[in-house]
Design a protein around this ligand. Structure first.
Ligand code: AMP
Length: 282
């Protein structure tokens, strides 16, 4: 793959790259479509990365559907599918990891302590192998986007990043390969996640400035309307992922909630412009 990538570069082709763990759905397809429009060559990777699963997590159960994915990729005119084995990516005596400090330890990182080290390591490796001009990521995984952008800046990866909006089911549920773990009942209940985010947005637009009240409002709505078990709900600065005393600027409201075996994440970003209080000179 790396040799092929180098050849394509020498020929002056622009390369766009969409890394995935497969079980492709419309969210992934939206990245492929955008990538197709913007590049000479579209490369899709399918790799269920064991390093980003905690020991007790769903690595074995994670859906693997390579043949179906290949058909979908062909339909989107993907040029190259990179589908390495675990052994190819991590041969015995594999010892190197990429660690993005601080922003890997909050939100999902609190509950999945080695997850972002696994994500950064695999995407770092994939960028070195595929050598794309542009990397396409989904906003659904907001913290992943922040961690990878930080890694790309800090370690000087020569790649542009494009983040595309979350694709949702008709009822608002963010598309995810893990939605198929949901029971029929949980599938209905899970719609509360996006509803609670939209409700929070409305309250902020109406003037609510207190992040704690927003977080508590979301928590209450989820607890009162579903059997979901909340990992976290947070309302933070969308760029630095730092906490806020007061809601202003670019704000990320993010959550992770368990429905049975499915851990679902979702988020919205909004820009809140408030007039700063002016100093009265009199
Ligand atoms: P995954 O296969 O879950 O690792 O996701 C691969 C890429 O697709 C990541 O950049 C995700 O953020 C993106 N993605 C996953 N779900 C969605 C969605 N519902 N909308 C947009 N992008 C998504």
């Amino acid at each position: 793959m790396q040799q092929l990538a180098i050849k394509l570069k020498k020929k002056g082709r622009t390369v766009g790259f969409v890394p995935t763990m497969g079980a492709l759905h419309t969210g992934h397809i939206s990245l492929l479509k955008k990538c197709r429009r913007e590049n000479d060559i579209v490369i899709l990777s399918i790799f269920v990365n064991p390093k980003q699963f905690e020991p007790q997590e769903d690595l074995a159960a994670y859906p693997r559907r390579a043949s179906q994915d290949i058909l979908l990729a062909k339909k989107e005119n993907v040029d190259i599918i990179f589908h390495p084995s675990v052994n190819q990516m991590y041969p015995s005596r594999y010892l190197s990891y990429i660690e993005v400090e601080k922003i890997s330890d909050i939100l999902c990182g609190k509950f999945r302590p080695t997850h972002f080290r696994g994500v950064a390591t695999v995407v770092g490796k994939l960028l070195n192998i595929v050598q794309p001009d542009t990397l396409y990521l989904g906003q659904k995984d907001a913290q992943q986007c922040a961690v990878l952008q930080q890694m790309i800046r800090d370690l000087n990866f020569p790649v542009k990043v494009k983040i595309l909006p979350t694709v949702r089911e008709k009822d608002g549920l963010a598309m995810s390969s893990r939605n198929q773990y949901l029971t029929a009942q949980a599938r209905v209940e899970a719609t509360v996640l996006y509803k609670s985010l939209l409700h929070a947005r409305d309250r902020i637009l109406e003037g609510e400035q207190n992040p704690l009240r927003i977080v508590n409002g979301i928590r209450t709505m989820i607890m009162e309307n579903s059997s979901g078990k909340i990992d976290y709900v947070d309302c933070i600065n969308a760029e630095t992922l730092e906490s806020l005393n007061n809601i202003h600027g670019k704000v990320l409201i993010a959550l992770a909630v368990w429905f049975g075996k499915a851990r679902l994440i979702d988020n919205i970003v909004l820009t809140v412009k408030r007039r700063l209080p002016t100093l009265n000179k009199a």
